[in-house]
Design a protein around this ligand. Structure first.
Ligand code: OGA
Ligand code: NI
Length: 359
């Protein structure tokens, strides 16, 4: 039965949502404490956990222009099979476009509340949506961030002015990069280079989350983003120079329990990670690894996450590619739409949504 506290929390969540001004609205109103709907349980907060010192573990840095193709395939294979994350340099997306993309996300979030309000929505059928916490009503604790979601390409009249000049071109560049990565990762799986593109059929579109993490007055009480893995084949993330993204790794020095490691901002780099769809399809060969963003007194932090995946209502069925030595499929064949629904309803609660589809 719902307790009095649950009712209180729901009322506070609703009041916050009704402002349609997000966390940025709270900060603009001058809050000096973090409201309780954003409080995470102590065991989920950074202060209670092991963080691996940077010198003991680094996220692989891969240069797409260095070495021959076979070297690239093996570097990507190692990264995808272990930490599931890598930083890419010489990826071909021009530096000024990276800078403009971040600036446009910031511009959107820093535009007047009246400008943003019409976009405020959790209706995933809308191709442009702005909200704070897509899972505000389902997750146990809210995150200190706001997001504008763009399903690209949208009808031109739908794109907010702040992003109009940049987002479509940036999306084209990320799609081109996605095609290259799909080719290399197909080869890493021992398949024809065109395999992943043909099988996933999702490179003609892109889902982008433009995140804004305002400076937080009490970062020890909340998180920028709760630990989660991504619902995508691949995610291509552009982060600014503030930092705060962390990945959960198996630390060699401490076999007992995994630990958090920073993904430090690297000028000009894109962070790429394997998502749940690719872990399922590769039958666990490639890892969709959990990550989070810690809250920070420094801010705002801005990032743009591009999710390479089919649309939310896709009837496409994903089936694990079973290889010799796998001992059979580890997941049941699953429709994209079903995984989406499960992810959305569950919200970011600190558990993996892939478990639900495991055999
Ligand atoms: C995400 C995500 C990290 C970031 O959007 O799924 O993990 O740095 N974002 O904003
Ligand atoms: Ni993520």
């Amino acid at each position: 039965m719902a307790s009095v506290d649950d009712h209180e929390r729901l009322r506070a969540v609703k009041a916050f949502d009704d402002t349609k001004a997000g966390v940025k609205g709270l900060v603009d109103a001058g809050v000096t404490t973090v409201p309780s709907i954003f409080h995470h349980p102590p065991e989920s907060l950074p202060s209670s956990e092991v963080v691996v010192p940077a010198h003991r573990f680094t996220i692989p840095l891969i240069d797409l222009l260095a070495g021959v193709r076979a070297d690239m395939v093996s570097a990507l294979k190692v990264a995808a099979e272990t930490v599931g994350f890598f930083q890419l340099v010489n990826h071909g997306v021009p530096d000024d476009l990276l800078a403009e993309m971040l600036a446009s996300v910031r511009r959107f979030h820093e535009s007047p509340a009246e400008t943003k309000r019409p976009y405020y929505s959790r209706d995933h059928r809308r191709r442009v949506r702005y909200n704070s916490n897509f899972d505000l009503f389902t997750s146990p604790a809210a995150n200190w961030r706001d997001t504008v979601f763009l399903e690209l390409p949208p009808a031109p009249e739908e794109i907010p002015v702040a992003c109009k000049a940049v987002a479509p071109e940036y999306a084209r560049q990320v799609q081109r990069l996605g095609r290259t990565l799909f080719e290399l990762l197909s080869e890493a799986l021992g398949l024809n280079p065109s395999y992943l593109e043909e099988e996933t059929m999702c490179l003609d579109r892109l889902s982008m989350g433009g995140h804004y993490y305002p400076a937080c007055p009490e970062p020890h009480l909340t998180l920028g983003t709760t630990r989660h893995s991504d619902l995508s084949f691949l995610t291509v993330l552009l982060q600014d120079d503030v930092g705060g993204l962390q990945v959960l790794v198996d630390d060699d020095g401490n076999k007992q329990r995994p630990a958090w490691v920073d993904v430090p901002p690297v000028e000009g780099a894109l962070v790429v990670n394997v998502g749940d769809y690719l872990q399922l399809m590769s039958n666990d060969r490639f890892k969709s690894v959990e990550h989070r963003v810690v809250a920070n007194t420094v801010g705002p932090r801005v990032s743009a996450a591009c999710f390479i995946r089919p649309c939310a209502s896709s009837k496409k069925v994903l089936t694990p590619i079973v290889m010799d030595g796998d001992g059979g499929a580890r997941y049941r064949s699953t429709m994209v739409e079903e995984m989406f629904r499960h992810y959305r309803v569950k919200g970011l609660d600190g558990t993996s949504s892939l478990q639900h589809f495991r055999i």
